[in-house]
Design a binder for this molecule. Structure first.
Ligand code: IPE
Ligand code: IPE
Ligand code: MG
Length: 255
């Protein structure tokens, strides 16, 4: 059997524009394996991953996606060799420097979620603050970067804030609901993702957006992150559009 690979344009023609996901989240995985398969260093894998991110962000802007959230560095990624961690931090800093103008031109608002005050290099924190500040009025797409992010850490941070409010007498525990608890999460003000894509073929969340992904459609692709592009993104959206979201209810046909 021959497989015909369709271009991004041909794939885009198949999209149902009335059922586009509002928020896409991506677990960008497979940089290491991509590099290994080519006899390259892990650093080169991450470098190539950065290009894939640029392509994907651009594709989201073109497709009119309102929110894109990417997992860039987890609270568990500190377990990696210190040279790799250092390289990733420097790569992030360089990327902010090089991409800031382009982000502004494209109307992208940048948000960063994670334990920003902990462990990250001061120079990176300052650049992160700058990009957030300088893009805060942009409206076309909200691009959230999960950095030193862990889903459990996020929930713990929210619980601590809720407990502080309650202890100070400003919040009645009986008034805590799923809706207002969301205001204490890093992602407050952002709708939950509709679609979560994981590259690199694994079928796990690896501590990503544990609260927010409760009803997201999960699409896993074997493609390594550095090979991801607009065509792959559209394929994932098409897969999402083939799914039936029930949110625990019953559809008409089975009623
Ligand atoms: C994902 O690629 C990038 C980060 C976690 C920063 P990996 O580096 O995890 O790639 P694999 O999983 O080893 O192939
Ligand atoms: C998830 O990938 C984290 C990021 C993409 C930043 P990992 O490579 O760290 O996840 P595991 O180790 O396979 O669960
Ligand atoms: Mg990995």
């Amino acid at each position: 059997m021959t497989t015909i690979s369709l271009s991004a344009r041909e794939l885009a023609a198949q999209l149902d524009r009335t059922r586009m996901p509002v928020h896409i989240a991506i677990i960008m995985d497979g940089n290491g394996r991509w590099a290994k398969a080519r006899g390259l260093s892990v650093h080169q894998g991450h470098q190539a991953g950065r290009e894939a991110l640029k392509r994907t962000l651009k594709a989201c802007v073109q497709l009119g996606i309102k929110y894109l959230t990417v997992y860039a560095f987890s609270t568990e990624n500190w377990r990696r060799p210190s040279s790799e961690v250092r390289f990733l931090m420097t790569l992030l800093e360089r990327t902010i420097d090089e991409e800031l103008d382009e982000l502004k031109r494209n109307g992208v608002r940048v948000r960063v979620i994670g334990r920003l005050e902990e462990k990250l290099p001061q120079t990176l924190i300052e650049k992160v603050r700058r990009v957030i500040e300088e893009t805060k009025h942009n409206k076309k797409l909200t691009f959230t970067v999960a950095l030193n992010y862990g889903g459990r850490a996020e929930i713990i941070d929210a619980v601590r804030a809720v407990a502080r409010e309650a202890a100070a007498g400003r919040l009645d525990p009986r008034e805590i609901t799923e809706e207002n608890f969301h205001n204490f999460l890093y992602t407050n003000g952002t709708p939950d993702p509709d679609l979560v894509i994981r590259t690199g073929g694994e079928m796990r969340l690896s501590n990503f957006l544990l609260w927010q992904l409760a009803y997201a459609e999960f699409v896993s692709t074997p493609i390594y992150w550095p090979d991801f592009d607009k065509a792959e993104l559209i394929k994932a959206i098409l897969e999402y559009q083939r799914r039936e979201r029930r949110f625990g209810g019953r559809n008409e046909m089975c009623a």
